[in-house]
Design a protein around this ligand. Structure first.
Ligand code: ATP
Ligand code: MG
Length: 394
């Protein structure tokens, strides 16, 4: 009797819930720990089927389990234990570990369920999982921020190296300009010097005809020097990305006729520029200033690099889709092996001898044409003339 009392006291003070049911699943006894877990009073629950303490789908399945065990002896939970969900009186659920024992007592089978509440563990587990997820999310975000920073840094590095490269090219250009200028400036400057001292001499006579001749020479030389400086400034502006095409509609025939008239004055003895236009319309959409600069260079090259008593053909052809401007001469041509350098700044072919030039013209022409969405095509053979064509989509 004393033992029974002791047992009762142990069960009553146990931390885990203990529930006993009969073969039909009816609750016979339930200890205070189980009552407080499920939120029932003892009177309310003893005599009820234990399935009221289970949420669906366990509730419906439970009677089946019991029957299955009793007929087959197969154990799904008895002696094994598993994590299940409990249903409180207030309808809420909670996780617990259920261990079921089977007792044969006075020819009866009694099942004892030990209920170990897992709410705290599960909550802790859940919190840990949530925390881990948050941490992962934060790591992901930080990594992304870091990646963006790295990308920005790389971009900045690229920008710096591009501008450094540009700076280097510009410096190279300036160095080459200085060496070219010291060579190219010498002839016009000594011509200016000579003319000036001759003017002094002719002024004593006075011989106005010769004075006039030499002021003319000075003007030409100064014009030539200004031309070189202008080309260099155009190139520097192009290099710095400061040149932009300003498109406008104009008449290519009128444009060409005016330009040829101007250029004919610079031509050599009996060197004739012949102009021809093909096309129904003559309206084009380009930057007239950039185009003028380009065509002047092409025609002045044709004049410079071909001899007296020759024709220079200047053709414009306008179709629905394209404008071609072609300048053709029968001059010295460009040696085949040097043609690949044609558009490089300061390039001058080795057959130019003492024909003056800076080698900047065609480089500028190409860049201007490209700014207007066009391209430059060349065809040349040494001593057999040169044809340069500008092509623009219209
Ligand atoms: P400038 O800067 O005064 O124009 P340049 O005429 O020497 O000097 P580019 O117009 O750029 O420079 O031409 C580069 C080089 O290409 C010339 O020096 C010459 O060797 C060759 N070239 C260009 N056009 C012709 C041409 N029509 N016939 C023969 N060679 C040419
Ligand atoms: Mg030129």
């Amino acid at each position: 009797m004393e033992e029974a009392k002791l047992l009762y006291a142990i069960i009553n003070s146990a931390i885990d819930g203990i529930i006993t049911i009969d073969e039909r699943g009816i609750i016979e006894s339930i200890n205070p720990a189980a009552l407080s877990l499920f939120g029932y009073q003892e009177k309310e629950i003893t005599g009820s089927n234990v399935s009221v303490l289970m949420p669906e789908p366990y509730k419906s399945a439970h009677n089946g389990y019991l029957h299955h065990h009793q007929t087959t002896g197969e154990r799904k939970i008895i002696g094994i234990g598993r994590e299940v969900l409990g249903l409180r009186k207030d309808g809420s659920t909670f996780p617990f570990r259920l261990a079921v024992g089977e007792v044969k007592y006075e020819n009866r089978r009694i099942y004892t369920g030990f209920v170990h509440d897992l709410s705290k563990e599960k909550a802790a587990e859940y919190n840990l999982k949530k925390y881990t997820e948050e941490l992962e999310q934060r790591i992901l975000e930080r990594t992304q921020v870091l990646q963006t920073l790295v990308n920005e840094l790389e971009k900045a590095k690229e920008d710096v190296s591009i501008s450094l490269e540009k700076e280097k090219e510009l410096n190279q250009l300036k160095t080459r300009f200085v060496s070219m200028a010291s060579h190219e400036f010498r002839t016009p400057l000594s011509s200016v010097q000579l003319s000036a001292s001759l003017i002094d001499k002719y002024a004593q006579k006075p011989d106005f005809e010769n004075i006039h001749k030499h002021t003319g020479k000075i003007k030409t030389s100064v014009g030539h020097l200004t031309g070189i400086l202008n080309d260099f400034l155009s190139l520097e502006k192009l290099e710095a990305g400061k040149t932009e095409a300003e498109f406008q509609q104009f008449d290519i025939v009128k444009f060409s006729e005016d330009l040829i008239e101007e250029m004919q004055l610079l031509a050599k003895q009996n060197q004739n520029i012949v102009y021809q236009h093909t096309g129904v319309s003559s309206k084009v959409n380009l930057d007239p200033a950039l185009l003028k600069n380009s065509v002047i260079n092409l025609v002045s090259n044709a004049i410079k690099y071909s001899g007296e008593n020759t024709f220079i053909e200047f053709n414009t052809e306008l179709t629905e889709t394209e404008l071609c401007i072609m300048v053709k001469d029968n001059g010295i041509g460009i040696p085949q092996e040097e043609q690949k350098y044609l558009f490089e700044p300061f390039f001058r072919a080795n057959n130019t001898g003492n024909i003056p030039g800076t080698g900047l013209g065609l480089n500028i022409v190409k860049r201007y044409a490209e700014l207007m969405g066009g391209e430059v095509i060349y065809k040349s053979a040494q001593n057999r003339g040169t044809t340069i064509t500008l092509m623009f989509k219209q």
